[in-house]
Write a protein that binds this ligand. Structure first.
Ligand code: BMA
Length: 317
């Protein structure tokens, strides 16, 4: 805990950061970043990493570790490659996966950005082993990204969070589907602020929502455009369990931003971009996996209870 003169630290960087770089890859990779994360049934932590090659195109590669910190075993070959022949929306690559285990389907649903001539859109793929995947194709047309599925139905419907961009700004939306293919009943969930705010003009979901007794905890990114470039920082918000479009609390301040050298220096400096968290056995410890400067993978650790307590003192309805 920091002193009274400084801001409270909610997410502690791991001493071994960055925990993964392209140098750990068994095949040529330019950069590795923005991983989705989950804990498999046997307790293994799996990260589905975005790997960029020297064309600038991305694919996804799974890495596994017993403790979620080191000893990573990287798939020998790309785990999920773009398939532009059958899926033209993946022509320029697939990026930024978010993983949700769906009990009802007994499958992981991976929501990722499919990038092509039409722009970035949201695609889904289902798997139970991270070896073979069933593609559902593009479910949200461009310009749309930063998507993740909720782990269970709400009022009988699957619910997908995503971030379409319109002339009215880049806000977080929630959409519903009976079958993961047909989507409707679209609602705004969290709006970007305006002006000088750290989360002005552009916000997006970062990792999938974390279910707590008090509501769905969201870690979202806000983008501040400056003369020197964009600053990607993270904030917290809490949503109603049975009506997740309703925001209960939203913090005014960011809780995590690019400070370490591996977050400030890289292909895209000043970016800390998580796409996945895992919860510890205590169901409180949050392991947040994030991309540093679009170049490496890092880990920071927090606590659900402390995030909720922070929202109580720093959040507003
Ligand atoms: C955003 C995302 C991320 C990336 C970030 C910074 O638009 O799509 O993939 O990490 O930009 O470049």
């Amino acid at each position: 805990m920091s002193g009274k003169r400084s801001y409270e630290v909610l997410f502690e960087r791991h001493q071994k950061n960055p925990i993964l770089t392209a140098a750990d890859w068994p095949y040529p990779a330019h950069t590795v970043f923005n991983p989705g994360a989950t804990v498999l049934r046997d307790g293994t932590t799996l990260l589905l990493c975005r790997v960029e090659d020297r064309r600038g195109h991305s694919h996804l590669c799974a890495v596994r570790s017993a403790n979620g910190v080191d000893g990573w075993v990287v798939d020998e070959k790309p785990t999920l490659l773009p398939q532009p022949e059958s899926h033209p929306e993946e022509l320029w690559g697939i990026e930024d996966p978010r993983i949700t285990w769906v009990e009802e389907l007994q499958k992981y649903v991976v929501a990722y950005t499919a990038f092509s001539k039409g722009g970035p859109g949201v695609a889904l793929a289902l798997t139970d082993d991270f070896k073979s995947f069933e593609r559902y194709g593009l479910v949200m047309q461009p310009d749309d990204k930063d998507a993740a599925l909720l782990p269970r139905r709400i009022d009988g419907m699957f619910a997908l969070i995503h971030r379409p961009v319109t002339d009215g700004g880049a806000h977080i939306w929630l959409s519903f589907s009976p079958d993961l293919r047909n989507w409707g009943n679209h609602k705004t969930m969290l709006l970007a602020r305006k002006g000088a705010w750290w989360d002005a003009n552009k916000v997006g979901l970062s990792p999938p929502l974390i279910e707590t007794e008090r509501g769905w905890l969201m870690i979202y990114h806000g983008v501040r455009h400056t003369a020197a470039g964009s600053l990607y920082r993270l904030g917290l918000a809490l949503f109603k369990l049975d009506e997740p479009s309703v925001c209960l609390l939203r913090g005014d301040e960011w809780v995590f931003g690019p400070e370490a050298s591996y977050e400030r220096e890289g292909d895209v400096g000043y970016v800390a971009f998580p796409c996945g968290t895992t919860l510890g056995k205590d169901r409180d410890t949050i392991h947040m996996y994030y991309g540093g400067a679009d170049s490496c993978i890092a880990l920071a650790t927090g606590s659900v209870a402390r995030c909720l307590a922070w929202l109580d003192t720093h959040g507003k309805p």
